[in-house]
Design a protein around this ligand. Structure first.
Ligand SMILES: [Zn+2]
Length: 1024
């Protein structure tokens, strides 16, 4: 049956569908009817002639069988391919993409998929550029979320070793889950253990300790006493990420007076006010944490706002616009006049020096009284501002609160007499201790007003109890001295998007020290030894020289399990020591991962670790990994050899739902990457899309901003995927026809080639160049855009539709061979352009293409061996299909632009004929183009049309198209006619479309047949 061909001639899309499918559609039935009854040519029927056509034989099914494809091509496009290129390309240039490790906790979400797929597109593009790609996927395995999960099932008295054991198990289970899930995204990587890394691997931990040792050696690791978030309920320090905020926390707030002696007033203050106002003068502070008042070390004002003295029982200084209005505000003075003034507070010893006043821009008139109580031992903001103001250099922090949140005996060292301190010791600062402070202040007449307020306050996310801030001894990496070097090396780093540079720089500038110690069990130990009596810490390059080999021999757990004696280096022998219990901040774990690049899959690198060509993570990592990777690298580098760990930093946004909302379980709008690949239970919700559709969605979104995903968006991606694949399928179908003639390579050189072939080769050249540049610039949505345009417009709607007639019906001569050859080149380049984004479909096309090419070259006997060999040849081991610039063809492009513009008008007229005159196929029509310019000689655009007259009917899809100075009269009374006047490149044209004066050829269906008894001239020749 030849109905397949009939279908092709009627539908816009070039794909030949199979008989069964055709018969099942209404359109198919109509076509069959038309074939059987619509023509009565004697001799051969349509059916018989159709056998003489060269119809496409697509070797791949019309709809991708995604599950089968994934099974068939996975290995050769992922793990095996990765290992193969690593082995075979030893002499090739490296491309290193260092993987920022995801946290090993639970299943993957769509953000993980975006991250890995974007990385993969880059790697695959580089592989096609002939590079040797290094990509070792990693996992971040230590830290609190995992430890907390482990603790859930453990007895509260569980030993550190037991906690570590359970944590490790939990992390390894997560690693395995994520490994299997990443594999389904068809990433160019071997996800098995030897080819990947985990921060709990012993080798990793030892390497990390060596990096740490370098930092210790340079004196950059210091122990400091500093305020941190603390949960009295959990008895642990907390990181910012471990806090949740309660908007309706209740606190008792209090207004407290800090008296100012006359000799402590600044000269400006003394001069600016009447001396009666200066009698009994006080600062009035307002605080929501009265319990921190004994630790007050300064007050902050803002030198740029106005302050007044309010007269009452006592005179008090407050901001002129303070929230609480007070009567009798007298005089105004700029904050700067107050600077230099000092004061005393209730909890100071009488002989203690007065406390300073300093200016901070964050102080606002409407925040309390505009005079802010600062207790740097109980507030990170206070601590940082006072540190920057140089106020803490000679003054140790006051923080007399223990891990249970109770006042300690230390308070006696600060307060004026033991009775005052004694009634606070052992009392909780969140409860009785706070009440006692309020009572003492009230009794002493120091407080003015107490009121309960509701405000936002941090809670321990785990115990859901309020936290406090207290100072503890922690290990810090000192950043101050390396900051400038870090900023300097960033000058040579490229950022995409460029805004990332300023972000990363600002995070580095803001940081002066990095607290690297945590009071946790599940992590890499900070192997310090402490004097049991004094708690003095010993940590030096020398002590680590002794300790690290012990851990290397026995494993990291030995720090918790082994006797302290085993860790005491010779120079500390005889001291009474204990092992430190701090572990390292997990940002130090993942941050030191650049050190992996000193050993690429077992190949040691001369001259130290390499630099990653690209690092790509979510935009939140400017604050996190990009920073910790850079800082550890700079800190550990030898003097003068500081380099950034990356050459290019790429960041991506977050994934939102179709309405721009954050995904959350409670909103029910979460889309998991695995659901996109494998479908969901309710088939109507998400069908089985396969990895390529997920990847196409990822590539088509502009990832520099937030991305949207949802059922409709995925449906569009699936449709684009189908179209992209179908263009390849059509070309494969053409190549699979037993074509005669030179189709191995482009035999026809450009000058001998027709306009249409020159034009499509120019389009291919432009598309390849656009895609290559966009891949190089990491703008994958531009690749998708260029490829989709090329596939759906240039190929499907234009080139295929122009050339189907010649391919199906022409004799197998040189002209037709040239078309097939061009088609072959189009396919070859096209699959390469698709490959980084759609590896499975590219592999499917590649295999089908190779089979066709080889089948034409080898005997049947060789086919089996060939089959085996073919299975090993991935499309990614081919070179990138550069289109030679010789194919750039401005002339062909400009000429075709004119022809395509006229075509639009012709198609418009044909539509009118369809609607008004029952025109079926455009083959029934002919076109006249007349020069409507008034010049004596034909317009040069018209001359161009005359030159290309033989091609016009091909472009218009009509049986004939003529150029003429005057359109001939319509002599056939029954024939219809439609006319349009247009102007193309300043050339006025009259276009007339008429029914063909000839009849329909039963073989090619063009209305070019002169008489009833014959085929058309072209078909006659084709059958000779
Ligand atoms: Zn014909």
């Amino acid at each position: 049956m030849g109905s397949g061909r009939a279908f092709v001639r009627r539908v816009a899309h070039p794909v030949v569908r199979n008989q069964a499918r055709l018969a099942s559609t209404a359109q198919g039935q109509a076509i069959k009817k038309f074939i059987n009854h619509g023509d009565d040519t004697p001799g051969l029927s349509c059916k018989d002639y159709s056998k003489t056509l060269h119809l496409p034989r697509p070797p791949i099914p019309p709809y991708a069988k995604v599950t089968e494809i994934a099974e068939a091509y996975s290995e050769r496009t992922t793990a095996a391919l990765y290992r193969q290129q690593w082995e075979e390309r030893k002499d090739k240039e490296f491309f290193i993409l260092h993987d920022g490790p995801p946290y090993a906790n639970g299943h993957l979400h769509i953000g993980h998929a975006v991250n890995k797929i974007l990385k993969d597109i880059i790697n695959r593009f580089q592989l096609l550029q002939g590079k040797r790609v290094h990509y070792s996927a990693g996992w971040d395995c230590h830290g609190l979320p995992i430890e907390n999960k482990a603790l859930v099932g453990l007895d509260p008295s569980a030993s550190p070793t037991k906690i570590r054991q359970v944590s490790r198990h939990y992390a390894s289970v997560s690693v395995n889950i994520q490994r299997r899930e990443f594999e389904q995204m068809k990433i160019l990587a071997d996800f098995s253990d030897p080819w990947t890394y985990r921060t709990y691997d012993k080798e990793y931990e030892i390497r990390q300790l060596r990096v740490f040792q370098q930092m210790v050696k340079k004196g950059l690791i210091v122990r400091r006493y500093r305020p941190i978030w603390w949960s009295p309920a959990s008895g642990t320090a907390l990181a910012e990420g471990e806090l949740v905020y309660d908007d309706s926390h209740k606190s008792k707030s209090v207004y407290v007076k800090f008296p100012i002696k006359r000799e402590d007033m600044s000269p400006e203050l003394r001069k600016g006010f009447d001396s009666t106002l200066l009698e009994d003068l006080n600062f009035l502070v307002w605080t929501t944490t009265p319990w921190t008042l004994p630790s007050n070390m300064a007050v902050a004002i803002n030198e740029e706002i106005d302050y007044v003295i309010a007269r009452g029982e006592h005179n008090i200084i407050i901001a002129a616009d303070a929230v609480e209005p007070l009567p009798d505000k007298m005089g105004t003075s700029l904050g700067s006049d107050i600077l230099g003034t000092k004061y005393h507070h209730y909890y100071q010893k009488p002989d203690a020096p007065p406390n300073p006043v300093f200016s901070a821009r964050w102080v606002k008139a409407d925040s309390g009284t505009g005079v802010v109580h600062c207790a740097p031992g109980h507030g990170a903001d206070d601590y940082f501002t006072m540190t920057s103001a140089g106020l803490l250099e000679d003054h140790p922090l006051v923080s007399p609160v223990d891990g249970k949140g109770e006042y300690t005996e230390d308070i006696l060292g600060h307060v004026p007499h033991s009775r005052l301190g004694g009634s606070l010791i052992g009392r909780s600062v969140q409860d009785k201790g706070n009440e006692e402070v309020l009572r003492q202040l009230r009794e002493a007449g120091r407080s003015i007003h107490v009121k309960q307020i509701k405000h936002k306050y941090p809670y321990d996310w785990k115990t859901k109890t309020p936290v406090i801030t207290r100072a503890t001894s922690q290990w810090f990496a000192s950043i101050a001295d390396v900051k400038e070097k870090a900023l300097k090396v960033l000058e040579n780093v490229k950022f995409h998007p460029e805004a990332g540079r300023a972000r990363l720089e600002s995070f580095i500038r803001e940081r002066s020290e990095w607290c690297i110690s945590r009071q946790r069990n599940w992590g890499v130990p900070i192997p310090a030894l402490h004097d049991i009596a004094t708690d003095e810490a010993y940590l030096s390059a020398e002590s680590l020289d002794h300790i690290i080999p012990v851990l290397e021999k026995h494993g990291i757990d030995y720090w918790w399990e082994g006797p302290v004696e085993d860790f005491i280096p010779p120079h500390l022998q005889g001291k009474n020591l204990r092992k430190g219990t701090d572990t390292m901040d997990v940002w130090f774990d993942s941050g030191s991962s650049w050190s992996l690049l000193g050993n690429l899959h077992g190949e040691k690198q001369e001259g130290g670790p390499r630099i990653s060509d690209v690092c790509l993570e979510g935009s939140d990592q400017h604050r996190g990994w990009f920073q910790s990777l850079l800082l550890t690298r700079i800190i550990a580098a030898a003097e003068g050899e500081e380099t950034a760990p990356y050459k290019t930093v790429i960041t991506h946004g977050f994934v939102l739902d179709e309405h721009g909302r954050k995904m959350s379980k409670s909103d029910g709008n979460v889309i998991s990457p695995l659901a996109v690949i494998n479908g969901t239970e309710q088939k109507s919700k998400l069908p089985v899309y396969g990895a390529d559709v997920l990847r196409l969605w990822t590539a088509s979104a502009d990832y520099t901003d937030d991305m949207a995903i949802g059922q409709n968006i995925l449906k569009q991606s699936a449709e684009s995927y189908r179209k992209l694949r179908n263009s390849a399928r059509f070309m494969l179908g053409v190549l699979a026809i037993p074509n005669k003639g030179p189709v191995d390579q482009l035999q026809s050189t450009k000058p001998g080639m027709g306009l249409i072939e020159r034009w499509i080769m120019d389009r291919l050249y432009q598309t390849e160049r656009t895609c290559r540049e966009a891949y190089e610039r990491y703008q994958f949505h531009r690749v998708v855009h260029a490829l989709t345009d090329f596939s759906t417009i240039s190929l499907s709607a234009q080139y295929f539709s122009f050339r189907k007639d010649a391919i199906y019906c022409d004799a197998q001569d040189q002209t037709r061979a040239a078309i097939v050859t061009v088609m072959k080149n189009l396919l070859h380049v096209y699959k390469g352009l698709l490959a980084p984004i759609l590896p499975l479909v590219a592999e499917e096309i590649h295999e089908a293409e190779q089979k066709i090419i080889r089948a034409s070259q080898v005997s049947r006997a060789e086919e089996l061996t060939l089959e085996k060999r073919l299975n090993k040849e991935s499309v990614f081991m081919q070179p990138w299909p550069v289109v030679d610039s010789a194919w750039e063809d401005t002339e062909a492009r400009e000429t075709m632009e004119i022809l395509l513009a006229i075509r639009s008008s012709v198609l418009g007229l044909l539509e009118k004929a369809r609607a008004g005159k029952g025109l079926g196929s455009s083959d029934e029509a002919v076109v006249y183009l007349a020069d409507a310019s008034s010049g004596a000689a034909p317009h040069h655009v018209f001359q161009l049309l005359q030159t290309h007259e033989p091609l016009l009917s091909t472009v218009f899809g009509t049986s004939y198209a003529w150029t003429t100075s005057q359109i001939p009269n319509n002599t056939d009374q029954n024939a219809w006619e439609f006319t349009d006047n247009i102007e193309i490149s300043q050339c006025p044209l009259t276009i007339t479309v008429r029914g063909s004066p000839k009849t329909k050829c039963p073989r090619c269906w063009k209305w070019t047949k002169p008489s009833k008894d014959a085929l058309c001239e072209r078909c006659t020749k084709a059958l000779m």
